[in-house]
Structures are given as structure tokens and as C-alpha cells.
Design a protein around this ligand. Structure first.
Ligand SMILES: Cc1cc2nc3c(=O)[nH]c(=O)nc-3n(C[C@H](O)[C@H](O)[C@H](O)COP(=O)(O)OP(=O)(O)OC[C@H]3O[C@@H](n4cnc5c(N)ncnc54)[C@H](O)[C@@H]3O)c2cc1C
Length: 413
């Protein structure tokens, strides 16, 4: 085994055979491009459905501590189907309501019908990684998808071995460029916001009303934990406070300034006192602080033929409602179900296109594209100004989002 393939410890059946071989297979039923959370989840669902799966990622397994995320109730149900939800709940913090504040005043509390889970994204990735190992699915790191031929009965993906970094200093030879071709009945491009799969299909990622920038911090908080997600709007700028497990908290602030802004204690104190005075954190060392752009985009279509997109490859939005990750996982589950149905002769290829159109529509609603916002009788006075900002910031989607919005006096058509 070379160090770019993560080999499963054990396993049976075709994926286990592929795992033991550890070479990138020449043909599979499903090739997943990208081993971020959405790609790992896609591969696991597919393996559990009995599909032969290949997974490639141009990078190496992530080991950094990473940032926290929110797993929606719908996501927890999907993870429960894979027996992963209980383990994740043990390392996360369940939140049962959302408190909305506007310009320093608490305006509403939204009780969630099922709780959401605040958990480090890394824990989700580890859980998926371990489960894939148990299924015998090898993950081929340092393998980059370069070109794709999207044929009538299969796709062919050119895969290039990426030289390990840092390069071997003892060698004066340039690293070999090693390419192979993988034939796949289907490809899922879960290769993130700069998706090369999307580019290979010639699909435009349409930019939506500009880039949003956030200052994000994680730190200790020794006050008694509350199971409440605080969403705060200061004018149009959204912020959130998410209690995490083990006495920690994550604070995110949308800012107008650029990436060069520091994410240090002085800046945190300033942002908290101007936006979240109610949540003033005790003076503690910040253990994660960053300023990040979210270049909000939506792919014009979510794939075609044999090649489909999921996760950040298809859409990027602000981090507040964790929508891109959560809807990405729901897309992956829906795609895999339809791919398995098709592979087992139970459904037509058109089902995938139909599903992708439905997902596109869900995203348009979420991002306020081609959507009519209607105010229901009795809607509070703050709703008209904030409805568009609020919708993607809630940790809900699908029918659960519609229900919650109606309880706040908003209907989307
Ligand atoms: C600082 C920060 C804070 C964030 N906070 C939040 C948050 O609070 N809530 C939230 O929901 N989201 C947040 N996000 C975004 C969240 O991380 C993404 O939505 C999530 O990681 C998307 O998962 P993904 O699997 O679609 O893509 P990614 O995690 O981007 O994974 C894509 C993978 O594809 C691989 N790849 C790319 N191109 C190729 C290729 N050609 N061939 C092979 N492999 C390829 C990459 O190496 C990568 O591993 C944050 C992001 C950052 C950076």
C-alpha cells in the first residue's frame, strides 16, 4: 500500500476487494470526486446500497481541528440511517431553540420540533471515514480528477496522481505525472466550491449578490450551557452564537471589512459589545479565530447525464444556517438512492435530472432567487426587512423550514 490510499482494516464484498487492492479501480458503478463531508457521506450511502464505489481526493486526509458546524434534524435522521447519529450526539451539543434578536433586542424565540446538533465538522468526517473503513471502501488521496467525458452509458474520468507535498528533497528528478482513466456508471462531484467536475461539465456557478465575509471565533465559555442558538441581526449583518460541547462556544459575525482584519481578542471584544452584549464571553484565549469569505454561488444546473454535483460544488452560501453542508448531505442521499435504483434497473435516468431540478428549486427558495415572499396576517413588524436574510440563516430546510417560517409570519412561493 502506498501512503496516498487509506486502506480499510477489514471488509467483505466488492468494495472490500477494491479496498484490499488499494489501487484506484479502472471501473466502478460510482466514482465520488472529493472526500470532504459530502463526498464521504455519498460514498458511505452508496456502499451501504451495494454499489461499487471509488473515492478520490486531490488533497490528504484532514487532520486539523477544524471548525464547528450545525447538523440539522433532517441530517441527523439521515445519519441515524447509517448508525452514526448517536456517536456524533455524544461529542456535540443539542440545541432545541433559536433566539432571534434585532439591533440588540430579543424579538422572537423559535422552538425547534427536533433539536439540531452543534459538533466539530471534523467529528462528522472522522465518523464517516471510520464507517467507510468498516465497509472496505478505500479512499484515494492525492488523486485529482482532471477531465471528464460524460457519455451516454457511462462517464470516463481522467485522474492524475498529485505529487506529495513537500516534494522529496533528496531527488533531483521532477515527480512523475501519473494519469489513469476510471470508467464509472455515475460520478458525483463533491469537490467543493472551486469544483473541477462542475467546470468540466461547463456549468456556470452564478454569483448571488456579492461575497459575504465573516469573523469566526471559538473559545471556552464557562457559563452554564444553554441549548439555544442565538441569531442576531445588526441592520442587515447577521451573527450567531452557537454553544458547543465541553464548555465552548462559537461566535460568527458578518463584517463589512476585508480578509486582512485580525481575528484576535480585541476584535472579538469589540464585536461582542456592539452586537451581542447579552452574550459577553468571559476573557478566555481564543482557540480558533479566522476571517473567511463566502462567495455565495448557485450552479445553473446540478449536473447532467452521468455526472451530478452535491455540496459546495453546487452551491455556497453564508455559514449561519450551515445550509451548504446540510443540504449537500440531503442531495447526496437523494442522488445515491436514484443511482442505486437506476443501477438495479428500477428507475429511469431521467429521475436524476428531475431530482436535481427539485434541489435547485429548494436552493432558489433558500437564497431568495425567483421567490415570492408573502407576509402572513399578524407577522411582526421586523419581518419584512429581514425575511430574505433570515431564511438561509435558520438551521432548517425543506418542510421543516416552511413550517418554522410560517410560525414567524413568512410564506415562500
Ligand atoms: C473557516 C470556515 C468556516 C466555515 N463555517 C461553516 C459553518 O459554520 N457551517 C457550515 O455549514 N459550513 C461552514 N463552512 C463551509 C463548510 O466547511 C462547507 O460547506 C463544507 O466543507 C462543504 O463540504 P463539501 O464536502 O461539499 O466540500 P469540501 O469540504 O470543500 O470538500 C471538497 C473536497 O474535494 C477535494 N477536491 C477538490 N477538487 C478536486 C479534484 N479535482 N479532484 C479530487 N478532489 C478534489 C478537496 O481536496 C476537498 O477535500 C465553513 C468553511 C470555512 C472554510
Amino acid at each position: 500500500m502506498d501512503d496516498s490510499s487509506v486502506m480499510p482494516a477489514s471488509g467483505d464484498g466488492s468494495n472490500a476487494e477494491r479496498g484490499r487492492a488499494s489501487e484506484l479501480p479502472a471501473s466502478v458503478e460510482l466514482l465520488v470526486v472529493g472526500a470532504g463531508p459530502v463526498g464521504l457521506f455519498t460514498a458511505l450511502r452508496a456502499a451501504r446500497q451495494g454499489l461499487s464505489v471509488g473515492v478520490i481526493d486531490e488533497g490528504l486526509p484532514r487532520e486539523e481541528r477544524g471548525h464547528a458546524t450545525l447538523l440539522h434534524a433532517r441530517t441527523l435522521r439521515l445519519l441515524a440511517e447509517l448508525d452514526l447519529a448517536d456517536g456524533l450526539k455524544r461529542c456535540g451539543q443539542l440545541l432545541s431553540s433559536v433566539s432571534l434578536s434585532l439591533d440588540g433586542k430579543q424579538t422572537s424565540t423559535l422552538a425547534l420540533t427536533e433539536p439540531v446538533l452543534a459538533v466539530p465538522q471534523r467529528e462528522l468526517e472522522f465518523a464517516l471515514h471510520d464507517a467507510l473503513s468498516r465497509e472496505g471502501v478505500a479512499l484515494h488521496y492525492l488523486h485529482r480528477a482532471t477531465t471528464i467525458r460524460n457519455g451516454g452509458d457511462r462517464a470516463e474520468v481522467s485522474v492524475m496522481r498529485v505529487p506529495a507535498w513537500p516534494p522529496d528533497a533528496s531527488s533531483d528528478q521532477p515527480p512523475d505525472v501519473d494519469c489513469s482513466l476510471v470508467a464509472a456508471e455515475f460520478v458525483v462531484g463533491a469537490d467543493g466550491h472551486a469544483s473541477q467536475v462542475r467546470a468540466a461539465l461547463g456549468i456556470e456557478a452564478v454569483r448571488l449578490e456579492g461575497i459575504e465575509t465573516y469573523s469566526i471565533f471559538e473559545l471556552e465559555d464557562d457559563r452554564p450551557p444553554r441549548d439555544v442558538l442565538d441569531l442576531v441581526f445588526h441592520g442587515e449583518l447577521g451573527s450567531s452564537r452557537i454553544p458547543l460541547a465541553n464548555g465552548r462556544v462559537r461566535l460568527s459575525f458578518q463584517i463589512l471589512s476585508g480578509l486582512s482584519e485580525p481575528a484576535d481578542g480585541a476584535r472579538l471584544a469589540e464585536l461582542v459589545s456592539s452586537r451581542m452584549a447579552f452574550a459577553a464571553p468571559p476573557p478566555r484565549a481564543i482557540d480558533f479565530g479566522t476571517v473567511t469569505h463566502f462567495d455565495r454561488r448557485l450552479a445553473r444546473v446540478f449536473g447532467r447525464g452521468r455526472v451530478w454535483l452535491a455540496g459546495d460544488a453546487a452551491h455556497v452560501t453564508s455559514p449561519l444556517g450551515a445550509q451548504s453542508l446540510n443540504l449537500g448531505l440531503a442531495e447526496a442521499a437523494g442522488l445515491v438512492q436514484r443511482i442505486a435504483d437506476r443501477a438495479q434497473g428500477r428507475a429511469r435516468l431521467d429521475n436524476l435530472a428531475l431530482f436535481a431540478q427539485q434541489q435547485q428549486r429548494e436552493w432558489q427558495k433558500l437564497l431568495g432567487v425567483n421567490v415570492l415572499f408573502s407576509l402572513l396576517p399578524g407577522a411582526p413588524g421586523w419581518v419584512p426587512n429581514l425575511a430574505r436574510r433570515l431564511v438561509p440563516a435558520l438551521p432548517l430546510s425543506g418542510a421543516e423550514l416552511d413550517r418554522a417560517l410560517r410560525s414567524l409570519g413568512i410564506a415562500l412561493y
